[in-house]
Design a binder for this molecule. Structure first.
Ligand SMILES: NC(=O)c1ccc[n+]([C@@H]2O[C@H](COP(=O)([O-])OP(=O)(O)OC[C@H]3O[C@@H](n4cnc5c(N)ncnc54)[C@H](OP(=O)(O)O)[C@@H]3O)[C@@H](O)[C@H]2O)c1
Length: 328
């Protein structure tokens, strides 16, 4: 591949912003697998990183953004991969300290590459991306801690977001009773279609203030942090579980030790950045099979590289729903 299009992020005059450029493979971050990118996606972290919002996620510029890529191997000097293999690359330093998926070609270390699992297309892989992987890893970790459909309701907040829409679809497919919390009052029907049995308005939540409130949820998937995470610690039922992976509503939360020592509540951190490869492959395998949401196609919509700046802006304002797949 001679020249290809890339959305490269620059830091100029104290401002971080991306623009379309033409590049060649030699200019990309080093790696032993060269991939023709078919699709990338937009995660909340991409919106932060590519706009310089909320601190510097990208430390060295210029940098191609995009923490997800799905595509076909063009060449590999690592024996695990060969030209023509369909693969996924997400997480690690991809799109942050290493050129990422917002380009028609990427070059990465073989240790970051996951073979596309059977039963998943490249478009589906990008629909999942880090968001789907996060939801899948949270499912896996909560199940390891005893989450099961018969234990009670599972709450998913930030419900129209990427991780949350996919989590709702996964939970519904496995027979969980899902309660969604959203700030978008006109999207209750969409969330019901994905599999939420109840939808609560974020604006009407009664958060309470006692250290222990009425126990309501067997488990929770938290994209939001802040006040909502505090509320979850107070309202999860005895021996209940909270997967904490997001900060869309803030990084601080207040609680007391009472949910933990009187109810045995377990707060489980989910970090997708550097999961060991065997677990990573296991989760991707599940995303292609038992965890694949029935309405995956309804969660995804396609955009182009040119659409990225406007899309980041809307995402940071909490105005998008589902997953944007970037068609390369
Ligand atoms: N730990 C990890 O490894 C990992 C991996 C991936 C993502 N994450 C994090 O997980 C979170 C979700 O990621 P995403 O890609 O799904 O983002 P997203 O698509 O932007 O979804 C976030 C959702 O949170 C809700 N929200 C936005 N602002 C809010 C506010 N101020 N207060 C309460 N709710 C708010 C919105 O949903 P409603 O309008 O429906 O309420 C929004 O759609 C992000 O914080 C992201 O950084 C972490």
């Amino acid at each position: 591949m001679d020249k290809f299009k890339a959305f490269r992020i620059y830091s100029e005059g104290g401002k971080t912003a991306g623009r379309m450029v033409e590049m060649s493979v030699d200019e990309l971050s080093a790696g032993n697998v060269v991939i023709k990118t078919a699709y990338s996606s937009v995660n909340y972290k991409d919106a932060l990183a590519c706009t310089g919002t909320g601190g510097r996620i990208i430390r060295n510029f210029p940098r191609i953004g995009g923490i997800d890529a799905a595509g076909t191997v063009l060449s590999s000097t690592d024996s695990r991969f060969k030209a023509g293999d369909e693969v996924i690359c997400t997480s690690y330093d991809f799109g942050v300290d290493h050129d990422g998926g917002y380009a028609q070609c990427c070059r990465v270390p073989a240790d970051w590459v996951v073979p596309l699992p059977k039963g998943m297309s490249l478009y589906e892989a990008a629909t999942f991306g880090v968001a789907g992987y996060t939801a899948g890893l949270a499912m896996e970790l909560l199940e390891l801690n005893g989450m099961a459909p018969g234990n009670g309701k599972v709450l998913v907040n930030g419900a129209t977001g990427g991780v949350a829409t996919l989590a709702i679809g996964m939970l519904a497919k496995l027979g969980y009773s899902v309660v969604a919390v959203t700030g978008k009052d006109d999207e209750h029907g969409f969330l019901g279609k994905l599999g939420a049995q109840e939808v609560l308005s974020r604006h009407k939540l009664e958060l309470g203030s006692r250290p222990l409130e009425k126990p309501l949820w067997a488990a929770a998937f938290d994209s939001v942090g802040g006040e909502q995470l505090s509320w979850l610690t107070r309202t999860v039922q005895p021996n209940g579980l909270i997967a904490s992976f997001g900060n869309a509503g803030g990084i601080e939360f207040k609680s007391t030790v009472l949910p933990f020592i009187l109810r045995g509540v377990r707060l489980i951190g989910v970090n997708t950045g550097d999961t060991p490869m065997p677990l990573r492959r296991k989760v991707w395998g599940r995303l292609a099979s038992d965890l694949k949401p029935r309405h995956l196609a309804d969660i995804a919509h396609s955009i182009s590289l040119d659409d990225l700046p406007g899309y980041f802006e809307r995402m940071l304002k909490g105005q998008i729903k589902g997953r944007a797949v970037v068609k390369l």
